[in-house]
Design a protein around this ligand. Sequence first.
Ligand code: SAM
Length: 276
Amino acid sequence: MEQVLQPGLYIVATPIGNLGDITLRAIEVLRAVSAVACEDSRVTGRLLNHLGIKSRMIRYDDHAGEADRDRLLALMREQPVALVSDAGTPLVSDPGYRLVKAARESGIAVTTLPGANAAVAGLTISGLPSDRFVFAGFLPTKAKARENELLELGAVQATLIFYETAPRLAAALKAIGTVLPGREIAVARELTKTFEECITGSAEDVAAHFAEKPPRGEIVLMVGPGAGKSPASTADADEMLRSELATSKPSQAASKVAKLTGLDRKTLYARALELK
Ligand code: SAM
């Protein structure tokens, strides 16, 4: 018997590769809603078709504006509406944040149906510490912005999780090797699919592996935590200063590295002048 759902917004996680990774509850809800808001109706259409579900689809992607949101909000005041993304959990590096915020502000009930997520799936097979982790989405594409972000996140005592693309993996690994030397790396690829693998080692080892065997498909890149409270070594500080000096003045480089490492700013400034 088909379930009768209350009006509102249902956040539904879908598989990240293996179509078996969808919950029984997600299937029931996708069948019972009046509409499924999705990024790409071809992608979601394939999933619904596989599940034998004929629910109407409404496009809601990164380009959705206020008018699209208002239309969906008006619908979900009266009827149950699901939000899915192309794969995995909506809102995680995917659209939905503004819609959920607006729904909550309008007093519309928001219900979650948790399920597959590439970041968590990658973490579970990485062998990296899982007690504290920071998910940071995609690293910036520009080299300087990427280094800055790595410097900032590298100061947090936690495993760092990034989404990455195959063409950008080599540059990301090189930046990690420079900015966060000595960290343990894990690259989880094609999770839940036929060619799932997880390559681990130093940034240099993992880069060498993928230089020989260029990566394909979808990638989660993880960086293990630093050595803890032990102060950054002189060699680490030199690496960081060199990287900063490529685009900043010695005083700025020294301030930034001091902030990140806790080392003395004056000493770092003197060293920056030597390295310049
Ligand atoms: N919302 C999704 C989730 O919950 O995982 C993530 C969407 S984000 C736009 C897409 C990125 O997630 C990909 O570029 C890749 O980094 C990662 N990803 C998605 N599926 C994956 C898979 N099967 N294996 C490895 N990484 C995956």
